[in-house]
Design a protein around this ligand. Sequence first.
Ligand SMILES: Cc1cc2nc3c(=O)[nH]c(=O)nc-3n(C[C@H](O)[C@H](O)[C@H](O)COP(=O)(O)OP(=O)(O)OC[C@H]3O[C@@H](n4cnc5c(N)ncnc54)[C@H](O)[C@@H]3O)c2cc1C
Length: 353
Amino acid sequence: MADRLAGVALARYTTLRTGGPARAFAEADTTADLVGLVAEADRDREPVLVLGGGSNLLVSDEGFGGLVVRVVTRGVEAVPSGDGRVLVTAQAGEDWDALVARCVAEGLSGIECLSGIPGLVGSTPIQNVGAYGQDVSQTVTGVRVYDRGTGEVADLTAAECGFAYRHSAFKHDPERHVVLAVTYALERSALSGPVAYRELAARLGVEIGERVPLTEAREAVLELRRGKGMVLDPDDPDTRSAGSFFTNPVLGPDEAAALELRAPGHPRWDMPDGSVKIPAAWLIENAGFPKGYEKGRARISTKHTLALTNPTGEAGAAELLALAREVRDGVHEKFGVWLVNEPVLVGASLQLS
Ligand SMILES: Cc1cc2nc3c(=O)[nH]c(=O)nc-3n(C[C@H](O)[C@H](O)[C@H](O)COP(=O)(O)OP(=O)(O)OC[C@H]3O[C@@H](n4cnc5c(N)ncnc54)[C@H](O)[C@@H]3O)c2cc1C
């Protein structure tokens, strides 16, 4: 079994560059190790943090009082499915964007708009990773997990994953499953899925619903993302973030009517179920928090209002949380809408202690 190290600083393993020491830290490069480490910790009632690429985490300055298991399992397999698609199964520790690049190069369509998202395959079902009109719920057909409740390895169907906007059964019950591998059903095609996102369609010079060569879709998405500091780049301080810090709020009819009174004509996406999704970036900017807004050493990205950043790498988690609270409270005061954080907070909370 993998060695356990004591006192490893977690800041170097998170893209926000925050996080104090882990009481214990181990890397799992086989599925057996991953399951074994978590099972042993569970037997000893030791808290466990499963760590992927650290790109959706804000870890407290106090660190983590338990075992951090970093997932570094590798392997990708592709087999034909019965219905003409290709089933691509990747181990949890595979780099997500490398998998997207490989699928695009091999003429497999369905995840190209998810190019440039940091992190690992095993994390993609956790918050149903999505961008530019695609999310993984559209292609995931199965997730192999270690169920910490039963102590068994199980294969979950897509329906059992409970996917929703930036949400899933895994996020709902975060202590229960360790994702071991994910299977995506992709179409063998040189063309992208139908372009579903207005900004991407405009960049590609096509109408919504048209399809474009896979490589063009990937390049256009990467270009758009780079312009917003949403592709990790050591030379771009705006990418020292966890991506979007807040999800776009989804309001029921009463809340939507109340917001319409406060901000007539505000931008909105009407959802098929009657709810209304509001761009969180619009709320933040119009509550008085422009791009580049600073609090201590934490800053709103100069390119993307939704990303809170640690531009010098010297801000602690406490400073990022202080900025997040100020933004959340300012939006609530002005618009009556509570923003919800997208990254997972470890040993930290947006409530004041
Ligand atoms: C610049 C930037 C841009 C981003 N853009 C997007 C975007 O466009 N769309 C989007 O959806 N997200 C985006 N994100 C957020 C992030 O990249 C994704 O959520 C990603 O899937 C997180 O992967 P990770 O491996 O880094 O997960 P981590 O941050 O390591 O972990 C996230 C959570 O998943 C859990 N977890 C990780 N691996 C496993 C596993 N194998 N089993 C069980 N639990 C696990 C962790 O315990 C933690 O709770 C962005 C982040 C950054 C920094």
